[in-house]
Design a protein around this ligand. Structure first.
Ligand code: HEC
Length: 138
């Protein structure tokens, strides 16, 4: 009986930790991973899922944001059934926008320092991410 109580207490503490953690801290900063620019799915998993969720409807880091991340499954529905591909690319790559979205453009650029193809590769990342986000539409 005592053991069972102890286990329950441990379980409750474990459940509480992420909540407490997310309430008084910001998203943990990690160096950007160099995921292939051609692979939208892998980029989404590495760069976006923490806030937007694997399915586009919100991920674990969303709890620590002041503003809820957009539900990425509703972009077509909110745009008369047409996926706003260009707008999504712009949202991802816009170099100046006052939002809680990380500034991807600079981060993507940092993945190819001194590379003459940096601009093209950064564009490709925006396009391929936008294509992948299109597959999340409901
Ligand atoms: C640190 C959390 C965070 C990460 C990581 C993140 N986003 Fe966001 N995103 C947000 C928030 C918050 C918003 C809500 C609006 C705002 O603040 O601009 C948003 C908004 C958006 C929008 C606008 C949706 C609309 O209604 O037009 C798109 C598109 C988007 N994110 C795509 C992405 C993609 C693709 C990635 C990965 C490359 C990504 N986000 C990574 C937090 C994040």
């Amino acid at each position: 009986m005592k053991w069972r109580n102890a286990l329950i207490i441990v379980a409750v503490i474990l459940l509480m930790v992420p909540v407490v953690f997310s309430q008084n801290s910001s998203v943990k900063q990690v160096p950007i991973k160099n995921v292939p620019a051609a692979d939208g799915q892998q980029m989404y998993a590495a760069y976006c899922a923490s806030c937007h969720g694997a399915d586009g409807r919100g991920g674990p880091a969303a709890l620590s944001l002041r503003r809820a991340p957009a539900d990425l499954t509703q972009l077509s529905r909110q745009n008369q059934g047409r996926y706003p591909s260009l707008r999504v690319q712009q949202t991802i790559l816009a170099s100046t926008h006052s939002s809680e979205m990380p500034q991807w453009r600079g981060l993507f650029y940092s993945l190819c320092p001194g590379n003459r193809m940096a601009e093209a590769e950064t564009m490709a990342r925006g396009v391929n991410l936008a294509r992948y986000v299109e597959t999340l539409q409901r």
